[in-house]
Write a protein that binds this ligand. Structure first.
Ligand code: CA
Ligand code: CA
Length: 953
């Protein structure tokens, strides 16, 4: 219980970018459901969303024992849908921040509703994804249940961080009850009844037969489905099979199935979904409502998006004169205006010191000429004080040159200084309807500046004055529109800088992949000379571009820019840049592009920390989500750089291996703990991603609603159409090599003690413990944790064994230890392997043993208890024998469930046929970790006399 609580508490702080949902007196308000801008106009989508949420409100109210309901929902309508008088305009809501998105799948990967969820137990998810087909097609009711019930299932993932209680990867497990072993479907509660059948369909007619056992796994064969009785009395659980008419509850302490091999058990320490919900801040901050139905019907407001309108509000106070800041600002803002902001957007520019000035009125970007005119308004000199509110109000004035109100507009506010009068406008700005993105520059930027972003849902960036960092350029490149219009958005392929000595070279390769290539720019910047370095750039076909092909503007003598006409060649672009200046200088290469076509979504990256303010000694988690369309991209190399004002930047490799901070293997979410805090203040995150041919491929999404294969109705099996599966060939479509860079914004760290830091971080919890039976030995394997969570190297392991699952979970220390003196931990992320002979345990049919591990670091800090693995001896019942067995074996010598015939025919044993099977079951792990070992008959024969009596039972 203690471990469980600490796990939940760790994740209470909300993630960086996202939901603005509020909970008031049990009612959820400000839920944003956004319709993807690429969807054609269809008002049935809106109608069905409304019907779904209204019905879900009552279902949620009852499922949470009269506690929560859906009070108010905003539906975001694409810009291109015909305007209607009842549509309001979008304020600070956006597609990127929506709680629910409605969008087509990529590569026809099906209509399974899912929640993008990659935090720990109790942590909020990113968004729910419904396809328009799911919202419009009522035939899905038979498969997922009503849309309302599906919405509540997904809402529980999103809002309370609970996990699925089914598992497509480990659909069965062995349960041993008083000596009787049975294969069971992974489910909650275990009281859900049904049959285990294999369907075989020809056209519309399906034949079914009972499932057999698989020779290797000793569980049911591949293709075996658990088909539930449609009419039954079980009330739980919504996270398992919300589609059953009787299911109206979450599994609670009394109905929970802690043996099931599902994600809920793995992530939440074998606790029920309802216990996790009861631990959520939502639950503790509310009380149940004395009413039989929700006190309010759900209300909806329809908001339509507008053309993007952005005003740059740039600090030109005296301090901007130092550290080359004003020039760096120019370089970065120029990239924003020429390469980043989308065609059709409206842009204006304001500068401020003690007063504010409009340097460019709001103009629509309809041509390259407008972009060129806008950069002429960028500041080139600095002087005077800092009045941030003056700048913000002047920015509002610019927006109002076109719009009657500020709804949906954006301000990009950059400052390097402090301003005591800033609080004067903070509260006023909050409800203006404009989103304020903030960029802080250098160590003295006002510490409260981020409040503008927090209050309006804007992005936050921080750039240091370090010479070899592209912080300011990366910040401006990260200000995406949030509209969901991926095909128009800029994509950063490269951003790298280094100090280059006199006459030395900076060389590199940038891969242009087939999903991008339109509007491609290669930009070289430098910081000392007034003439460009010597540049040679070669495209994949060998065409050369030299310094003279690049454009250097008269206004900005430290940037050279090359715009590739048409679509850039796919492949590796090589560059060589020589510093021909008389002293060393910092040279950087920045490459941006856009999608190659509307038809193929580009590979995109979103990077962020798990929270944006951290109190030491809490650890943080770095995430990078790499995807194409909605499909995860697997096998990429992801490097995170975390930079602070003082000290050198920290580089960490993010992994998608399902260990440490990474909760799910192969979901395209690459994660790592961050613990090397160098001091208090702002940090920024940047991520470099490389995909190499052969290694990268697409994967599938997790946290879906269960696709029910069929039902038994009045004793008759009625199968649903089989789930449309995308072939592996299609899903592993050739991605080819690619390069991406993404900024993850900034975060603030507090309470780091000055002076040296003692070790406060234990090794992370091991979540992938697996077991294998090798003759009479147990073979355990897991991924090594580190000294500090998943970084570094632990000092030693404690392995415990018990015949009681609960003892191991609740009182680990009191269980029997395994001698681990020969076991030395490997560096974090490497696979550990340990073999030992369990003492004092007689292995017989129905024997069940559990194992768990903790790691200890050199400061004697101990990790939480790992997932618990279970080993069980299981003799499959009669019908389990494979088809290939000789007939006489089936008729004469088949062991029946839980017993062996008193006399095993000698000839059978001598024939070497497997008659007894030892199965090692592993619970608490998502992927199929069910490793079975057959004891060949010759071993059985050898031990026949010894184990015979136990096996006979
Ligand atoms: Ca992952
Ligand atoms: Ca440590």
């Amino acid at each position: 219980m203690r471990v469980f609580k600490s796990l939940v508490l760790l994740f209470l702080v909300p993630a960086v970018r996202g939901s603005m949902v509020q909970l008031k007196n049990g009612g959820y308000e400000d839920i944003v459901i956004a319709i993807n801008p690429e969807l054609p106009e269809d008002h049935n989508i809106i109608r069905n969303i409304q019907a779904m949420v209204k019905e879900a409100s009552t279902y949620l109210f009852n499922a949470t024992k009269q506690r929560f309901f859906f009070k108010a929902v905003k539906i975001l309508i694409p810009l291109h849908w015909l305007p209607k008088p009842e549509y309001l305009s979008v304020k600070t809501e956006s597609y990127d921040k929506a709680d629910v998105i409605v969008a087509n799948p990529y590569l026809k990967h099906g209509d399974d509703p899912y929640t993008l969820q990659y935090g720990g137990c109790g942590e909020k998810g990113r968004y729910i994804h419904f396809t328009p087909n799911f919202l419009l097609n009522d035939t899905f009711h038979n498969i997922y249940g009503s849309r309302a019930k599906v919405f509540v299932h997904e809402w529980a993932h999103l809002r309370w961080g609970v996990f699925d209680e089914y598992n497509n990867d480990a659909p069965f497990y062995v349960s041993v009850n008083s000596g009787n072993a049975n294969v069971e479907a992974t489910r909650c509660s275990a009281d859900v009844t049904g049959k285990y059948i294999v369907p075989s369909c020809m056209g519309n007619s399906c034949m079914t037969r009972e499932c057999k056992y698989d020779q290797q796994t000793k569980l049911y064969e591949a293709g075996c489905k658990f088909v539930p009785e449609k009419t039954q009395n079980v009330p739980a659980s919504i996270m398992y099979m919300q589609s059953l008419p009787s299911v109206v509850e979450f599994c609670d302490q009394s109905t929970h199935n802690e043996k099931a091999t599902n994600m809920q058990n793995k992530m939440c320490n074998y606790k029920s979904t309802w216990e996790v919900i009861m631990n959520s801040p939502d639950f503790t901050n509310t009380s149940s409502i004395n009413s039989t139905s929700p006190p309010f019907e759900t209300t909806f407001s329809l908001l339509q998006t507008k053309d993007r309108a952005v005003c740059l509000v740039l600090d030109v106070s005296g301090s901007m004169d130092g550290y080359n800041r004003i020039n760096r600002l120019y370089q970065a803002a120029e990239i924003f205006l020429l390469q980043i902001i989308e065609m059709g957007s409206w842009v204006g520019i304001v500068t401020f010191q003690s007063t504010a000035q409009i340097t460019c009125n709001l103009r629509q970007i309809v041509s390259e000429n407008v972009r060129q005119d806008l950069i002429k308004c960028l500041p080139t000199s600095a002087g005077g004080g800092t009045k941030i509110c003056e700048g913000v109000y002047k920015g509002f004035e610019v927006i109002k040159q076109k719009y009657s109100n500020l709804d949906g507009s954006e301000i990009v506010l950059l400052t390097d200084g402090e301003d005591r009068t800033m609080s004067n406008c903070l509260t006023d700005v909050k409800n203006k309807g404009s989103i304020i993105h903030t960029i802080t520059l250098g160590p003295s930027a006002a510490p409260e500046l981020e409040q503008f972003s927090d209050m309006t849902g804007g992005l936050k960036f921080h750039a240091t004055d370090k010479v070899d960092s592209n912080g300011l350029i990366d910040a401006f490149s990260g200000i995406s529109s949030g509209s969901g219009n991926i095909s128009e958005q800029p994509i950063q392929l490269e951003s790298t800088a280094q100090s280059v000595a006199v006459k030395q070279w900076m060389n590199g390769t940038v891969t242009v992949d087939s999903t991008v290539g339109k509007d491609t720019f290669f930009v070289v910047t430098w910081d000392r000379s007034t003439s460009p370095p010597d540049i040679l750039l070669k495209d994949p076909k060998g065409k050369e571009y030299r310094t003279s092909n690049f454009t250097v503007s008269n206004l900005n003598l430290q940037t050279a820019r090359l715009n590739i006409a048409g679509t850039a060649e796919v492949g590796n672009w090589l560059y060589w840049i020589q510093n021909n200046h008389t002293e060393s200088q910092v040279i950087s290469m920045i490459v941006t592009s856009r999608a190659a076509s509307l038809a193929v979504p580009p590979v995109t990256v979103k990077a962020h920390m798990n929270k944006d303010t951290n109190n030491f000694p809490n650890p943080m988690v770095i995430y990078a989500e790499v995807s194409q369309g909605f499909l995860p991209v697997l096998g990429a190399t992801v490097m995170a750089t975390i930079e602070q004002e003082t000290g050198s930047a920290v580089e960490l490799k993010l992994l998608d291996d399902g260990s440490g901070a990474d909760i799910t293997k192969n979901d395209g979410i690459y994660s790592k703990y961050f613990t090397s805090f160098k001091g208090n203040g702002r940090y920024n995150l940047k991520v470099h991603i490389q995909g190499r041919n052969q290694t990268v491929r697409l994967g599938r999404r997790q946290s879906r609603a269960l696709y029910v294969p069929g039902y038994i109705e009045n004793g008759e099996i009625k199968m649903n159409a089989p789930r449309p599966e995308v072939s592996d060939d299609e899903i592993q479509a050739k991605l080819g090599s690619f390069n991406r860079v993404a900024t993850g914004g900034s975060f603030v760290v507090k309470n780091v003690p000055s002076g040296g830091i003692t070790d406060v971080f234990p090794p992370c919890k091991i979540t992938d413990l697996e077991a294998q039976f090798e003759e009479d030995k147990i073979h355990l394997s897991w991924t090594a944790p580190g000294n500090d969570l998943d970084v570094g190297q632990a000092d030693r392991y404690i392995i415990k064994v018990s015949e009681s699952f609960l003892d191991l979970r609740n009182t680990f220390e009191n269980a029997t230890s395994v001698n681990t003196s020969s076991l030395v931990p490997k560096p974090a992320g490497t696979k550990e392997s340990f073999q030992f002979k369990p003492e004092n345990v007689t292995i017989e049919n129905g024997t069940i043993i559990y194992f768990a591990v903790r790691a200890i670091d050199n400061a004697s800090l101990t990790s939480e208890v790992s997932n618990i693995v279970q080993a069980a001896l299981f003799v499959p019942p009669k019908e389990s024998l494979p088809d290939t067995l000789p007939t006489e074996v089936i008729t004469n010598s088949v062991p029946t469930q839980g017993s062996l015939p008193d006399t095993l025919p000698t000839d059978v044993i001598n024939d070497g046929v497997n008659v007894s099977i030892i199965v090692l079951i592993v619970t608490g792990s998502v992927i199929a970790v069910l490793i079975a070992v057959s004891i060949t008959v010759c071993i059985l024969h050898k031990k026949n006399r010894k184990v015979g009596p136990e096996l006979r039972m």
